[in-house]
Design a protein around this ligand. Structure first.
Ligand code: PDD
Length: 289
């Protein structure tokens, strides 16, 4: 079946992308005042739908948008978007902004309807746990210059966009970020894991990073189905640079091996065995989430 990605959802209607129109006074446009999610699906099967919806609800609550006031069956909406767009390998982008105001004023307006927008976009086929097929990522590193609410999946992404763009300009795939203590936070659009002596380590959840759904699913799978030691703790950039393996996780990529950091090899410079084990387990169990 061919994949088309031109039918979108906007405020109760399914319609072709070019017919979807928003007010320029929408606070999502003027202030980046909204929350978004990206949910992966393969041939109509969603991964982590409930976790994504729960995070969206928490994000909306954190910024004072009443989730319960939005009358929508989210699951039915997402399923229909997948059907309308050909059931391929699709990321579903879901976006809720505070809505369109009549003026530009920073304070939250009362009694406006949130804007709900969703569209489908093609993502790579399901990753396979095969070292010879996986793309190896090269990354650079930068001090994290974003705001102090990185736990909120805000549509205000300029900080992330700038870090990602610096990576593009440097000819690499992503940018790893570290705080003032030289500790790893995350990457511009992914969470980060490091492996040292068969221990899988990722930074703990706090306001410096997004509570990634892929991160959550992977930690849960590794704890339930592997004998690897798993730790959530602060990781110094020295540890990152001396790790045996480094991985990125995100909904559209699952687990990606990083083999170069700032032009230096990670470990022996090859994709690691633990990555292969982790990706195989993720592939096996991801649809349970
Ligand atoms: N990015 N950290 C940041 C800053 C992110 O933007 C993302 C996801 C993640 C991983 O979260 P999850 O596993 O829930 O996808 C971590 C999405 C895919 C994006 O902005 O396109």
């Amino acid at each position: 079946m061919s994949t088309r990605t031109d039918i979108v959802y906007l405020n109760g209607e399914f319609l072709p992308m070019e017919q979807a129109k928003l007010s320029p006074m929408d606070r999502g446009f003027l202030f980046g005042d909204g929350i978004y999610e990206v949910i992966p699906s393969y041939s109509g099967q969603l991964v982590g739908f409930n976790g994504h919806m729960q995070r969206m609800q928490e994000g909306l609550t954190a910024i004072g948008i009443d989730f319960s006031a939005i009358s929508l069956n989210w699951f039915e909406m997402v399923k229909r978007l997948i059907e309308e767009n050909g059931r391929g390998n699709l990321g579903i982008y879901v976006h809720v902004s505070r809505g369109a105001d009549v003026k530009r004023f920073h304070a939250f307006p009362v009694n406006i309807q949130p804007t709900v927008f969703a569209f489908a976009f093609e993502i790579p086929p399901e990753p396979v746990a095969d070292k010879t097929k996986a793309k190896q990522f090269s990354v650079q590193t930068e001090q994290d210059t974003r705001w102090r609410h990185c736990d909120i999946k805000s549509t205000s992404l300029l900080g992330n966009v700038m870090h990602f763009q610096h990576g593009q300009e440097a000819g690499v795939d992503e940018t790893l970020l570290y705080n003032e203590q030289q500790e790893l936070t995350e990457a511009s659009a992914c969470n980060v894991f490091v492996v040292k002596a068969k221990t899988v380590i990722t930074p703990p959840l706090d306001k410096q990073l997004l509570p990634g759904i892929t991160r959550h699913i992977l930690l849960d799978i590794l704890r339930k189905h592997s004998t690897l030691t798993v730790e959530e703790r602060a990781i110094s950039m020295n540890e990152v640079r001396s790790a045996d393996e480094v991985w990125l996780t995100s909904s559209s990529k699952e687990i990606v091996p990083v083999t170069k950091i700032d032009a230096l090899p990670v470990g022996d410079g090859q994709i690691g065995d633990i990555w292969q084990q982790a990706q195989a387990l993720f592939t096996q169990y991801k649809y349970e989430y």
